[in-house]
Structures are given as structure tokens and as C-alpha cells.
Design a binder for this molecule. Structure first.
Ligand code: BTN
Length: 333
């Protein structure tokens, strides 16, 4: 893992070198020499960039040239644009990884001192994980696939609130950059026109009374031109919804700033901040007829807001209020 991370950093340098010479072909010989690698390693890395949809013309002996400004979340491009102090000070960028959540968890398992706020980013995932044991479709360079490592000093019972907060931050960032109307389905799916554009998967390690860390994974469908047929009726992308491509880096930078601001307000003023901001942006907060399977039972009724720690309150047909802590919400009736 350490080695693969190292190679990805080298590929970042290769891409950065190509970007600084956008209009001219750079000799493969010189690139290999500057990066201190063999010709065959250089050719492999160029292939890897092409797999990540970076358009490169040429070959080792003619030299390489980018034919389009690449949309890659290079740390070298991201860092100068970041406006956050806590989030993303530590960046891990992959062209391809099994799952950014899995990488973050491995890192946390190996190292005691992983700092709070670390951000893992991937251009594509080979085993992207979704909620409830599902997988996450992670097409190269089309979406945002990221995981944030958080070590907040809060009791484990408040951890789900942070995922609601993450959904609010993503909602705000997407609305700002696309002007599309985005809804939040409890707990943290983002929808446009009833179709899913983003999902959040939080994985935590905690004792009964102490949260050690939280890995919040975010998948956002940005520039997918189409989605696989088994997803197309319930999922969409910003590009499909708006007819225009969106800047992944811009959404990412805005999202991080929004989330950091919300985490600061949460720390200063408590859970009510997240509960009220989430409720303001979700059509599911109040008065929606829903059916929720929480793993043990299916609850049907009308939503009646969130409780103080983010559970969904549902009024059943016999007028009892059930508080739902996890599960899958479906429209009912
Ligand atoms: C859901 O099922 O709605 C949650 C999907 C979360 C997907 C993201 S993509 C980045 C991060 N790494 C993963 O393996 N999953 C999350």
C-alpha cells in the first residue's frame, strides 16, 4: 500500500510535468530521467493516466503531449485552492484504489497518529463500497470518490449527525456550482428529480463511550454521460441532470469549506445546528409518507422531523412516534 501510494505520487509528478508543457511534446527520455524511472515504468504510468481518462498523444520516442486540460484531482492543483484549516491538510490521491474508505481504514489500522481531517481521493475505485453491503459504481474520472478521516471528541451516539452534516455540506456545494435543486433523503442520500446523485458511507471505530475515529466516504456522480442500465432508473449524474459538465475540483473545494464550517458550528453550538440545517434542505424531514426497513422491522408512516441526535421520527397509522436510527427510506403510497 505504501508502495502504491508512492507510485501514485510519481504519476502525479508526471502529469504535472505534462501540464506545464501543454502545447509541446515532452521527450519520454527526459521525463524518465527527471522522474528517475525506467522507460518501461514511464510507459506503464502513461497507460495508467490514459485509463484515468487523461488524453495523452504520443509515445516514448516521439515524446508525450496532453491534448486536453485533464480533469484530475491532483494534490498539486487542489492544495492552492483549499480554503480549509482542518480538513484536507493531509491528502492521499489515487488513480485507482479498491475503495477510499478501505484505504483510510487500513491507514488507521496501521498508524496510530493519522491526523484528523485527512482526505483520501480516487479517480476510480475497483471495489467502491455502498451502504447496506452494496457496491458503489465508480467510473474513472467521472465522479468524486473520497473519504474523510475525522477524530472528533464526541460520544459515539452523535456520530450519525456528522454524516447528516456531510450531506448538508455536499448539498450546498452541488447547488452552488450547478444551480440544480437538490434534495436530501434521510439519512444522507442526495437526489435530483427523485434520482440519486450521491451517497455517503460512514464507518466508525468506537468503544461504548468513546469514538476513536470516523471515516466518512462520499460518492458523487458528476460527469457520467450515462449510468449502467441497472442503476439508470434510480440514479443520475449532475451532467445528465443539467446537460452540462461540472468541475469536480470546484465542488470538492466548496464541499470541504461547507463541511468545515458546519463542523465548527456544531462544535460551538451543538447538534441542533445540523438537525436544523438538514431539515431545511430535505423534503423528507416532515410530512412525507415513507416506508423504512431498519433491518429488524418495516415502519410505515408520515415523517415528523428528526430527534435531537438525527434519528427520523415517523408517525405510524396508530399515531405512535417511532424513532428510526438506520435503514432505507422508500416512498409509501
Ligand atoms: C451509499 O450506498 O449510498 C453510500 C455510497 C458511498 C460511496 C463512497 S465512494 C467513496 C467512498 N469509498 C467507498 O468505498 N465508498 C464511499
Amino acid at each position: 500500500m505504501r508502495i502504491r501510494d508512492g507510485i501514485d505520487r510519481k504519476i502525479d509528478q508526471l502529469l504535472f510535468a505534462l501540464m506545464q508543457n501543454m502545447t509541446i511534446a515532452v521527450s519520454g527520455e527526459k521525463l524518465a530521467q527527471d522522474l528517475g524511472v525506467s522507460h518501461s515504468a514511464l510507459a506503464r504510468w502513461i497507460d495508467k493516466l490514459r485509463q484515468a481518462r487523461v488524453e495523452i498523444r504520443g509515445e516514448l520516442f516521439t515524446g508525450y503531449r496532453l491534448t486536453k486540460v485533464p480533469d484530475v484531482l491532483l494534490p498539486q492543483l487542489l492544495r492552492p485552492r483549499l480554503r480549509t484549516k482542518r480538513l484536507a491538510q493531509n491528502l492521499y490521491h489515487f488513480y485507482s484504489v479498491d475503495s477510499t474508505n478501505a484505504f483510510a481504514l487500513r491507514l488507521l489500522g496501521r498508524q496510530q497518529d493519522v491526523p484528523d481531517g485527512g482526505l483520501v481521493l480516487a479517480e476510480s475505485q475497483t471495489a467502491g463500497r455502498g451502504r447496506l453491503g452494496r457496491s458503489w459504481h465508480s467510473e474513472p474520472a467521472s465522479g468524486l470518490y473520497l473519504s474523510l478521516i475525522l477524530k472528533p471528541e464526541i460520544p459515539p451516539t452523535l456520530a450519525p449527525l456528522l454524516t447528516l452534516g456531510c450531506a448538508v455540506a455536499l448539498h450546498n456545494a452541488v447547488e452552488k456550482s450547478t444551480r440544480l435543486d437538490v434534495d436530501i433523503k434521510w439519512p444522507n442520500d442526495l437526489l435530483i428529480g427523485g434520482k440519486k446523485i450521491a451517497g455517503i458511507l460512514a464507518e466508525i471505530q468506537a468503544d461504548l463511550d468513546r469514538l476513536h475515529f470516523l471515516v466518512i466516504g462520499v460518492g458523487l456522480n458528476v460527469n457520467h454521460i450515462e449510468l449502467p442500465s441497472d442503476l439508470a432508473d434510480r440514479a443520475t449524474s449532475l451532467r445528465i441532470a443539467s446537460g452540462q459538465s461540472a468541475s469536480r475540483i470546484e465542488i470538492l473545494v466548496d464541499f470541504l469549506e461547507e463541511f468545515e464550517g458546519l463542523l465548527d458550528r456544531f462544535q460551538a453550538r451543538g447538534p441542533g445546528v445540523i438537525v436544523s440545517e438538514w431539515s431545511r434542505h430535505s423534503s423528507f424531514a416532515d410530512g412525507r409518507q415513507v416506508e423504512i426497513a431498519d433491518g429488524m422491522r418495516v415502519v410505515k408512516g408520515v415523517t415528523r422531523g428528526l430527534n435531537p441526535i438525527g434519528a427520523l421520527r415517523v408517525e405510524t397509522e396508530d399515531h405512535r412516534i417511532e424513532e428510526i436510527y438506520s435503514g432505507e427510506v422508500r416512498n409509501w403510497k
